[in-house]
Ligand binder design. Sequence first.
Ligand SMILES: [Zn+2]
Length: 605
Amino acid sequence: MSSVLVRRQGLLAALARRNLSQAKFARQLNCSPGYLSDLLQGRYQPSAELRDRMLAAINDAESFPNLPPVPWDDLFITTDTATSAGKEASMPATIRIFDTTLRDGEQCPGASMNTEEKLEVARQLARLGVDVIEAGFPISSERDFLAVRDIATEVQGPIIAGLCRANEMDIRRAADAVAPAKRKRIHTFLATSDIHMEYKLRKTREEVLAMAVKAVTLARSLCDDVEFSAEDATRSDIDFLCRVVEAVIDAGATTVNIPDTVGYAIPDEFGALIATIRSRVPNIDKAVISVHCHNDLGLAVANSLAAVRNGAGQVECTINGLGERAGNAALEEIVMALRTRGDSFNMTTNVNTKEIVRSSRLVSDMSGIQVQPNKAIVGANAFAHESGIHQHGMLANKRTYEIMSPEDVGAGGTKLVLGIHSGKHAVLRKLFEMGYELSDEQLEKVVARIKVVAEKKKEITERDLESIVMDETNLVTERFHLDYMHVVAGTKMLPTATVRLICGEEEITEAGIGVGSVDSVYKTIAAVAKLPHSLVDYVVHSVTGGTDALGEVSVRIQDSDGHIFSGRGASTDIIDASAKAYVQALNRLAAHLPSTLGAEQIESV
Ligand SMILES: [Zn+2]
């Protein structure tokens, strides 16, 4: 803990207790909000006169008759830094990154992944260096339970966490699911806001407090690492929230999470909330404060950063900001903000930033949720400098317009790596360098595919290779296999497709027409598959530049119950890629099993 942080926190807590915003306080002091903020971050020492004005405003007996006066030392320096101020002040604090892509991210409509796909994402998260992987919500379905257990068995490095509500059945199920992991965590949650307690739980405050303590006590008897989340914390009564936090720490919680479940918080308020909890909960030093912010107002990352400035030690986030509704705080943005602005935060993470872009692509491919081109850090345009003025400056010195380098996040994937003459060994070595572990069968498929692509494209980049591997290591069980396709199209003719699908033992050939080439293929495939659904989304983009580039197609389809399934395909021919994507989405639909709990019961933090 740096002395800067602790200084800020005492004053922020005092402001929170007095319902004083920083802006209002600055007005009372007759200083600019910016100056106050710099002061709070320890950039300046306040003058003796400003110090007296601050004390007078905080301890104004007329405005705050019920609050005892606060001495200066409580506002700006606490005892924990008095002993360790000197050396530790310059040591960056390490913020723990808790990734919930596989749990909260997966609750995003259409993002559901099968166990194989989840395992692949979990292995990549381990390479990325996250501290905790929340692998799922084991009680929600048999599939989720098995996915968490498989990840706990196979993925080394990070702590593997399973989510559960605050009841015995949920907690035991989560404990069983994470049991095989070397390092495991049970994450239990319970709502603490009046609106949730009254309408959802139908319980009084005292009942909720008792339930939380009982849940944590049980979880702690099964696992040494227990996290408790106070669902809807940002709309909870602060006194009650502090009581719950204190009680669950006493019961053995090692991490207490303060989620902004509904994405309602704004940064200065949320930072002050964390500061208040730190200053008011007497046993807070026995647990790590975590935050979990939703992005309904586009503030998830800003709120998370405000929280770490005020003493939060763990941030819950997802790759690409995937998550329910508007999503969660984006892992890549949190990590790169802390790194790029280390001068301001003096904090670091254990994340290997060079794995960020690959993680982002893997998650968008596996989940079928594509990243918008202007997305910070991982969007296709995040490092593109189009304007002439920028290009001139960039050529003279990259630092003119670039605050991070693409290499820092692993975005330099346009390097040529293989050609038509590259043999199996060259492919194998390159894949190994890139961190892929393929089975012999998968490797054969990838090598064969590279030969086909190289005949058309000549040069294969790292990015092409990623796309090919993704295509050939298809992790979706194939109920339908596209065996043959022929399309006839032109400017003055009706596009006609002939398609042969292998469905188990059966081979079905069908022909059909459509308004365009892709439409004719899709209508024909749909006629063979006979699964009721509608197409909700169809997106094409090129992997690298040029008309011979590999094209990627993502499609999303919806069944009659509103479940969404995605598919992805890559090819130098866009119709071929479209057909592959569509068949993959249909295979996902065919493999879908209803979860054991309804959507209504799966609500969580
Ligand atoms: Zn959430």
